[in-house]
Unconditional design. Structure first.
Length: 368
């Protein structure tokens, strides 16, 4: 996927990351885990790009490579026109101000020996953004921005709830006025009601400050709330990228269809159908030669076991890596995808067995 306009902030090109899995007696690597395999995507300025998938699919590894915690095995990351994978340590350190990370565990990411005010002030002081006498005022502004009272800055992390600690983490990320914030499953450790509060806060900050997000999560239901476009990963590969509405209303990849069918309906009386995947996820040490999802796919064709499909623009703005749509006219693709989806759906479950359900496998509230 090539960036074709000046609004692109991040362009990931054929990114790959391998980790040593086993070594021999002499310490020489004998096998590798392919955590990320030939991943390419772009993020525009002011956009929230969601990245979802199962545990171990490589989404967090991509986030860590973006912020510089890991170095890619191959590929490039172009950030604001600069290839950050080619920078030395000093130049990369200067770039840290522009790319910040909100961690998954808000408690583990905060120093228990420091007050939260000192935690938020530290990046301002380290990067010499303000004179010492202006730091306290800036910390107060950041606390108010994330919905915390300024007087709370003298407390320690253990005195806050999980949602409040995550707000402190967000304030710390905002302290250096970043261009990109990588949100690595920022609500997965919180209960549902607090998740909604933090997601609303992130959405409001995006609009107010013009922020750009890479939002990493397990659930498509969480990503739907905040993202403009969504990428779906499976076993180190990107399977589908599309604008939010296109992905949720007309998913093309069978894996995405299965994920969407698993989202529970908020209406207990609504009859639902579910696409049940069979088999196990292949080993990332010895991935399949063809499509990564082929062994569990309910719509595979002969080419799936032979060659990995390319992520291509199947519909306008909608990218999918699936051989099922090879040589299919664009006008027929949406209908074929819906047919695949319905054929794979299992018998209905839930208490609404007598209710007519217009669309059993689409996300509740969506329209066909």
């Amino acid at each position: 996927m090539k960036a074709n306009d000046s609004d692109t902030l991040v362009e990931v090109q054929h990114l790959t990351k391998s980790f040593v899995a086993e070594t021999n007696f002499f310490g020489k690597p004998t096998s590798y885990v392919q955590a990320v395999d030939d991943v390419s995507f772009t993020i525009k300025r002011g956009e929230a790009f969601g990245l979802v998938g199962e545990s171990g699919c490589g989404k967090t590894t991509i986030g860590k490579m973006l912020v510089g915690l890991l170095r890619p095995t191959s590929g490039r990351i172009i950030f604001d026109g600069r290839d950050i994978t080619a920078l030395d340590r000093a130049a990369r350190r200067e770039l840290c101000r522009d790319i910040q990370l909100v961690f998954q565990d808000p408690y583990a990411s905060l120093d228990p020996r420091q007050t939260v005010g000192a935690i938020v002030a530290e990046p301002i002081i380290t990067n010499k953004l303000l004179p010492r006498e202006g730091v306290d005022e800036r910390v107060d502004e950041l606390f108010e921005l994330v919905g915390l009272a300024p007087y709370m800055k003298n407390r320690y992390p253990h005195e806050f709830s999980g949602g409040q600690r995550q707000r402190v983490g967000i304030a710390r990320a905002l302290a250096v006025n970043p261009k990109l914030i990588v949100c690595d499953e920022p609500v997965s450790a919180l209960d549902v009601s607090i998740q909604a509060q933090v997601l609303n806060l992130l959405d409001d900050l995006k609009d107010k400050l013009g922020l750009t997000y890479l939002f990493i999560a397990h659930g498509l239901n969480v990503v739907k709330h905040i993202s403009d476009r969504v990428g779906v990963m499976y076993l180190g590969r990107l399977m589908e990228i599309a604008p939010k509405n296109s992905l949720y209303h007309d998913p093309l990849c069978p894996y995405t269809q299965a994920l969407l069918s698993a989202i529970p309906s908020p209406d207990p009386n609504l009859q639902r159908k579910r696409i049940i995947l069979e088999g196990d996820v292949p080993s990332p040490i010895d991935p399949p030669a063809g499509c990564r999802f082929a062994s569990r796919c309910f719509a595979k064709v002969g080419a799936c076991d032979v060659a990995a499909p390319d992520l291509r623009e199947t519909l306008p703005g909608h990218f999918c890596a699936c051989h099922r749509y090879d040589n299919i006219d664009a006008s027929c693709i949406a209908g074929l995808a819906r047919e695949i989806q319905y054929d794979a759906a299992r018998p209905s479950y839930g208490r609404g067995a007598g209710h007519e359900n217009a669309d059993p496998v689409l996300v509740p509230g969506s329209t066909a």
